[in-house]
Design a protein around this ligand. Structure first.
Ligand code: BG6
Length: 487
């Protein structure tokens, strides 16, 4: 059956990265510090633990005072800032149709509050987009991928502060105006639902700024501001970018019930709502009714402005994009079992699934199911903009890297997407996460590698930074060349 199913012509094959995980050059050409520039690497023994830093202002200030003695890997990335031409040539060799990347907000507005943008930052992305176009690769640009100006965290309380909507809208308007002829695909916030688990990295919130220790109140208030800001970016794209398309982006998570117990099913549905809430607002333009009860029961009272409802309703996204790495298991509160690892969500172990070396539970069929769930709910084009396997790679004596585990993971997920297309899902494209090795988001390690392209750099920042092709490089090249026929 699968062989008869084909990916649509013009399917957008490519790879995806984030500025803070690849660029480096954290203090060049006027760039300001972002909240990821103060994050250190985790200890190897903590790999399978959930690591979502939630520091206080004082802890951040202390990290800044002590920066000469600390290593913050995301300040250095893989030096893409200087090596992008070489890397884009490799992406061309892979056959990429699209390349998903993010703009570092702090290159354009170093503190986030300036009126005038930093011209050197704008010029850098001009050159980058030109290089992509020259190589026949269409950019897909995320406005905010797990970073914001640190200044906005320290001085404004991050996204809890309504003023940040205007700062972001000004940034979005500035870059869309500048790149409207070069960038046609835009994404607003990376994994916008992650703010519920990761208040600092996704929402710029510092622990001591949370009033009455009500973290849920603070994160939902910040989420509301991001949703309004996202709608404003949609408005700007539709007004400024000829033929532009803009989507929202969520951490694509499917929540299985731990057992057929009805209360487990209810728990799974309620966990699923934490993802759907964000896409529901972006696609339908209003808050879903199931949130009313949730807010009431959790003492969350949102401060909104009268115009918010209209802003959300009038600026609906053109597509829904998602990342997908693993699935999770939900259970009724009284049946706590053994927890599985994850970058964002804690969840129960699923006895039917294998896990990666970082404990992420591998589940290609979950991707097919989730794509069906999204498509049935919205009937909007879907775009898988992240998927991949973080794994240790071994460089052989002849320099080759035989990463058949990565090929196995990716081919099974692409196969599952193909089945979803067969189910009737309108799928625009697929950008594999980290086509070139990069600094891990959750652990800030280099040894958690995703790439088709190996980067000679270790966890302490030592290495030549030389790039080389893994076995998966040649495999993915064939996948793209055959439009997913040969997996
Ligand atoms: C996604 C993020 O959640 O997962 C990426 O959008 C991240 O930024 C990716 O890199 C993989 O996570 P990690 O922690 O393995 O880098």
């Amino acid at each position: 059956m699968t062989n008869e199913i084909k990916f649509p012509n013009g399917f957008l094959w490519g790879g995806a990265v984030a500025a803070n995980q690849i660029e480096g050059a954290f203090d060049e050409d006027g760039k300001g510090l972002s909240n990821n520039d103060v994050i250190e690497r985790i200890k190897p023994e903590d790999r399978k633990k959930l690591h979502l830093p939630f520091p206080t202002s004082e802890e951040v200030q202390e990290a800044l005072r002590d920066q000469a003695n600390r290593h913050f890997p995301k300040r250095y990335g893989i030096d893409f800032y200087h090596r992008y031409k070489e890397d884009i040539a490799l992406f061309k060799d892979l056959g990429f149709k699209v390349f998903r990347l993010s703009i570092a907000w702090t290159r354009i507005f170093p503190n986030g509050t300036e009126t005038e943008p930093n011209e050197a930052g704008l010029a850098y992305y001009d050159a980058l987009f030109d290089e992509l176009r020259k190589n026949g690769i269409e950019p897909v640009v995320t406005l905010s991928h797990y970073e914001m100006p640190l200044h906005l965290s320290l001085e404004y309380g991050g996204w809890t502060n309504r003023k940040v909507i205007d700062f972001f809208a000004h940034y979005a308007e500035t870059v869309m105006n500048r790149y409207k002829d070069k960038v046609k695909y835009w994404i607003t916030f990376n994994e916008i639902n992650s703010i519920l688990m990761s208040p600092f990295i996704s929402g710029g919130i510092l622990r001591d700024q949370v009033k009455d220790k009500n973290v849920l109140q603070a994160t939902f208030q910040a989420a509301h501001h991001q949703l309004v800001a996202s709608a404003k970016a949609v408005e700007a794209c539709h007004r400024l970018v000829p033929d532009g398309q803009i989507g929202c982006m969520v951490l694509g998570m499917i929540n299985y019930p731990n057992s057929p117990h009805p209360e487990d099913m209810l728990a799974a549905l309620q966990d699923q709502h934490k993802t759907f809430f964000f896409t529901d607002v972006h696609v339908r333009g209003h808050y879903p009714t199931y949130m009313n009860r949730f807010f009431k029961e959790h003492n969350v009272v949102l401060e909104t402005h009268p115009e918010d409802a209209d802003i959300l309703q009038q600026n609906l996204v053109d597509f829904v994009s998602l990342s997908y790495y693993m699935s999770t298991v939900s259970a009724r509160p009284e049946t706590a079992g053994e927890q599985a690892a994850g970058n964002i969500l804690t969840n129960l172990k699923n006895p039917y699934l294998e896990a990666s070396d970082w404990g992420w539970q591998i589940d290609p069929t979950g991707l097919r199911t989730l794509l069906n769930m999204f498509y049935e709910r919205y009937e909007k084009p879907l775009f898988v903009v992240e998927n991949g396997l973080g794994a240790f790679d071994k460089v052989e004596e002849d320099g080759r890297i035989h990463d058949e585990y990565r090929i196995d993971y990716l081919s099974r997920h692409i196969e599952a997407m193909k089945e979803a297309v067969g189910d009737g899902v309108d799928l625009m494209g697929y950008t594999a996460w980290g086509p070139i090795d990069l600094v891990s988001f959750s652990t800030s390690e280099m040894s958690k590698r995703y790439g088709f392209i190996y980067v000679d750099l270790d966890d302490d920042g030592n290495g030549t930074l030389e790039r080389s092709k893994k076995d998966s490089f040649y495999w993915y090249q064939k996948v793209i060349e055959t439009n997913g026929e040969e997996l």
